[in-house]
Write a protein that binds this ligand. Structure first.
Ligand SMILES: [Ca+2]
Ligand SMILES: [Ca+2]
Ligand SMILES: [Ca+2]
Length: 267
């Protein structure tokens, strides 16, 4: 942050570096405040209530402005993570493939299908892949698939590695609970491989399904997750390993993990 101090105008810098939400009823922004030369003025690292007025004011004598800097996560390999709400983030543009895509994993709980051809080479953590495995628990695998339905934080699962997780949770496609589809779209060298989990319900007796997709891009090797519906309706069952809330990924893992399990990004 550059100094705002000049010969005829003076002020102070206030940098927000995060927020403390350990007490949801009383959360605070963590601020770094340069304004500390006089007594009774907060300076250094201070906590400020989140209940602030964020409006911009310029009334001739006082002016302040809030600027949100571009924030992204980065793993050791170099992958970064950006939300579509962030500055420079991806544009949400839903691709529906349930009409003409290839259906896999109907009427099932935890299986996966292997050797699904991408139609192009996709580089993932430094290795080119021409095929992958799809699980109906909201996972893609670069290598061996897994039936693991208990989702775990990125880099903390002992056995499941090398995966792309748009919504790793205990999903099912049985009965009326939708299905899973894949399709390669576009023309070389700008093809994309889409997997859509359509209207999949939660294992614990949800009244509705959720719909989301993962898109792998040829050339850029970017990975995009898109969410059409993340509401399970009412979920009546639960186990100790999988407790509510389930909607909006409340019980899910979202991110990527490297084939050796030592690197990754969690949303
Ligand atoms: Ca399942
Ligand atoms: Ca729904
Ligand atoms: Ca879960």
């Amino acid at each position: 942050m550059s100094s705002w101090l000049t010969t005829d105008v003076w002020g102070h810098g206030l940098l927000c570096v995060g927020f403390d939400d350990r007490d949801p009823s009383n959360p605070y922004w963590i601020m770094v405040n340069s304004w500390g030369t006089k007594t009774n003025r907060p300076h250094g690292i201070v906590l400020v209530s989140m209940n602030m007025d964020y409006s911009y004011q310029l009334d001739g004598s006082n002016a302040f402005n809030f600027i949100t800097f571009d924030i992204s996560w980065k793993d050791n390999f170099g992958y970064t993570l950006k939300d579509s709400n962030a500055q420079g983030g991806p544009t949400y543009d839903w691709i529906e493939i349930s009409d003409d895509g290839t259906e896999v994993l109907p009427d099932s709980d935890d299986p996966y299908v292997s050797n699904i051809p991408l139609g192009f080479f996709f580089n993932y953590y430094g290795t080119d892949y021409s095929q992958l495995a799809i699980s109906n628990n909201g996972l893609l695998f670069s290598g061996v698939g897994s039936t693991q339905f208990v989702n775990q934080p990125i880099k903390q699962s002992s056995a499941v590695h090398g995966f792309v997780a748009p919504f790793w949770d205990d999903l099912v496609t049985w009965g009326t609970a939708g299905s899973v589809y894949y399709k390669t779209l576009g023309i070389e060298p700008n093809r994309k491989f889409v997997v859509e989990w359509k209207d999949n319900q939660h294992y614990h007796d949800s009244t509705e399904g959720i719909t989301f997709e993962a898109i792998l891009y040829e050339g850029s090797n970017n990975i995009q997750f898109q969410y059409l519906d993340t509401n399970f309706g009412t979920v009546t069952g639960s186990t100790s390993s999988d407790l509510s809330p389930y909607d909006n990924g409340g019980s899910a893992t979202i991110g990527i993990e490297s084939p050796d399990g030592n690197d990754g990004l969690q949303y």
